[in-house]
Design a protein around this ligand. Structure first.
Ligand code: WA2
Length: 268
């Protein structure tokens, strides 16, 4: 009897964990796809039309009305690449000065990535140089060099929730898929990105599933396998841990590795 009950509990753990991992990965993937489409929207209407056929009001309206397409993102924004030589004319034209993510006037830098369009849910990043934050800066540099979507490691977003940032590069010209890194950097117009508010939005997602009460779910960034970083959930105490099941997760950035760990709240 005991063996049969244990095996049943184990099977339940495996299937509930796989269900959650699949759901999270799918909702992540559709959100990434929609941000990709927004990057193309900016390229099409801001850069391929003279004068640009996009402004903050249009961007805010469109992103609010399509937010259902990005279930795990708390907001999206477009940061424009501004090299130092263009800073003065950029600020004069915008009517505001570039600030750091600590809300101070930006010191002199080689280049900046001030947010010019934002979804209203993240309007607090408007005008901020996203290169002034370590995680955002690394994302910006990695995305424009590769031409692909990239993710940060988990960190405290400006909302104060634990999450990750997704970044797509936007280029002035159509680049071939095998374009050289230096050509990509030279052609960079800006960065379309969004914040995955993992802490609150994944909580919402999991709460809707049967078995939520009995299960403890953690998601880790295991890019550096000897230093796993918590992306979702609280660190479980190591004293006599109950059996766990691990599911691999693919969030679409080959540079990063993630997995989900599930266990029963009370030992079965
Ligand atoms: N967006 C929202 N909250 C944040 C954040 C962010 N980055 N960084 C820290 N808290 C416009 O990659 C370009 C969005 C950055 C994109």
């Amino acid at each position: 009897f005991r063996h049969a009950a244990l095996r049943k509990a184990e099977e339940g753990l495996v299937s509930m964990c796989e269900e959650r991992a699949r759901m999270l990965q799918d909702q992540f993937a559709v959100s990434v796809n929609h941000v990709h489409a927004l990057a193309i929207l900016v390229a099409t209407f801001h850069y391929e039309k003279r004068p640009p056929a996009l402004d903050q009001n249009t961007f805010a309206d469109y992103t609010a009305r399509t937010s259902f397409e990005r279930p795990l993102l708390s907001g999206v924004a477009y940061a424009q690449r501004v090299v130092h030589g263009d800073r003065e004319s950029f600020e004069r034209q915008q009517g505001w000065i570039i600030k750091t993510m600590k809300h101070e006037p930006s010191p002199v830098q080689d280049e900046y990535a001030p947010v010019v369009y934002s979804q209203e849910t993240v309007s607090y990043i408007e005008g901020l140089d996203m290169m002034s934050g370590e995680e955002d800066r690394e994302n910006i540099l990695r995305s424009r060099a590769s031409g692909k979507a990239v993710l940060t490691r988990p960190f405290r977003l400006m909302s104060n929730h634990l999450g990750v940032v997704l970044t797509f590069p936007v280029y002035h010209v159509d680049l071939s898929s095998d374009a050289k890194e230096e050509d990509r950097v030279a052609a960079t117009a800006g960065y379309l990105g969004g914040s995955f508010d993992v802490e609150s939005l994944v909580e919402n997602l999991l709460r809707q599933l049967a078995g939520n009460q009995e299960l403890v779910v953690n998601v880790y960034d295991v890019t550096n396998s000897s230093n796993p970083l918590v992306m979702y959930g609280s660190e479980v105490s190591l004293g006599n841990p109950s059996p766990s099941h691990i599911c691999m997760l693919d969030f679409g950035d080959p540079f990063r590795k993630h997995h989900m760990v599930c266990r029963y709240r009370n030992k079965p």
